[in-house]
Design a protein around this ligand. Structure first.
Ligand code: ADP
Ligand code: MG
Length: 402
């Protein structure tokens, strides 16, 4: 179903409510919040600037952190508004109330091209409860609604879903469109060979993605802690590695499914094992893994091994489309980051369309300096996973149809 785009709206002179995802990584510097990664803010500038240039009054709404339904000073959006001001070179009027008289008066005084930011929508418990009264109160502040918060689109909350019932028209913002273009439309008929690299913490987090992509992928490369559960399913000793014992049967089913579908499903053929997950731990590359030669007793897999890196790199070099979700090792510890860095480097060098989704994988790619070498890096962790699973996102489904 085609949804309205921001371009389809006549916004001149209108009060346009824009749900953005300003839930950016930030740290406290003394008593001040400092934004440590402003990607999500920068990625909304296309929408904000378009609206300003087309004479709209721009009213921004977002969540920030986990204030759990009450005002928490450190989760105030005020400093984020100041940060946005520095990016757009135009004042961002801050409303310390999310709904009611305070924002209403501010908005009454706005001129076309002005920008206001409402306080954190999650200061109100009604936001996550998708309470209709709250949604209505938000909607009353504007004429039109634009959802550009891809990172929150998998949640049915008042500011992402409820609000659409109370506005005349609701449309996708430019970031939302871009995410859908790469993670959905772009993968409907991917150029082949299509390779999926899956890693990260748990098989259970990625079952949906695995099953959905098994329908389309030519090759699946597995790394990270989730690989251990698959190794165990093949009778390979995993030592003290992190495994999900209750998912071993599922891992076996997934291996069978891959065989039925004729998908090349590759597991690590060697790993880096360490005597603990900590900097400075003793570590070594295992020999080739087999039921006879597994991970040593008391040791755990922390990264893919050097033979596996070569094997995976050869697959990557032949691919035309690559989706990557989940680091292949404990990349937060530099000694265990080699596999993840090598995979990132291989993707950066590849001519294939390269799509990165998932919170920690994106962090890893940026950490190693390959952020601008990828075709597309999603701004949504959970939302990108749900899209890759083929699910419909409530924050998109609720928008006005073309
Ligand atoms: P994403 O956010 O990209 O979807 P996940 O949240 O599923 O990724 O997993 C990321 C986490 O997995 C990282 O914190 C990383 O340290 C951890 N991880 C990767 N490999 C291992 C491993 N072998 N053992 C333990 N943890 C691992
Ligand atoms: Mg994660």
């Amino acid at each position: 179903m085609q949804k309205l785009s921001l371009r389809d709206l006549d916004v001149r002179g209108k009060r346009v409510l824009v749900r953005v995802d300003f839930n950016v990584p930030a740290e406290m510097r003394g008593r001040k919040i400092r934004v440590t990664d402003d990607t999500r803010i920068r990625e909304t500038l296309a929408t904000i600037n378009y609206l300003r240039e087309h004479g709209a009054k721009v009213i921004l709404m977002s969540h920030f952190g986990r204030p759990k339904g009450k005002p928490v000073e450190k989760y105030s959006l005020r400093p984020i508004g100041e940060y946005l001001h520095s990016l757009i070179h135009h004042p961002v009027i801050f409303s310390h109330d999310t709904i009611g008289d305070v924002p209403r008066k501010i908005i009454d005084h706005m001129e076309s091209g002005d920008v206001a930011l409402l306080e954190n929508v999650r200061f109100q418990p009604e936001e996550e409860a998708n309470d209709p009264e709250f949604a209505k109160a938000l909607a009353e502040l504007g004429d039109l609604y634009v959802n550009d918060a891809f990172g929150a689109a998998h949640r049915a909350h008042a500011s992402t879903v409820g609000i659409t019932k109370f506005v005349e028209k609701s449309a996708m913002g430019f970031l939302m469109e871009k995410e859908l273009k790469h993670l959905k439309e772009g993968l409907e008929k991917p150029a082949k060979p299509f390779i999926v690299i899956l890693g990260g913490a748990k098989v259970s987090d990625k079952i949906g993605v695995l099953k959905a992509l098994m329908e389309k992928a030519d090759t699946i490369l597995i790394g990270g802690a989730m690989a251990n559960t698959f190794l165990k399913a093949q009778g390979i000793p995993v030592g003290a590695s992190r495994v999900e014992p209750d998912k071993v049967d599922l891992a076996r089913e997934l291996l069978d499914l891959a065989k039925q579908r004729d998908v090349k499903f590759l597991l690590p053929i060697d790993v880096v094992e360490a005597d603990g997950i900590r900097a400075g731990a003793d570590m070594r590359n295992t020999s080739r893994l087999s039921p006879q030669h597994g991970i040593s007793d008391g040791w755990q897999a922390v990264d893919i091994g050097r033979e596996t890196i070569l094997l995976y790199k050869a697959e990557i070099a032949a691919a035309k489309t690559i989706v990557w979700n989940g680091p292949v090792g404990v990349f937060e510890i530099p000694d265990f980051a080699n596999g993840t860095r090598e995979i990132a480097a291989a993707l950066a060098e590849s001519d294939a369309t390269t799509i990165i989704g998932g919170g920690d994988s994106v962090t890893a790619v940026k950490l190693f300096g390959y952020g601008d070498k990828m075709t597309f890096i999603s701004t949504g962790g959970g939302a990108s996973l749900e899209l890759l699973e083929g699910k419909e996102l409530p924050g998109v489904a609720s928008l006005t149809e073309k």
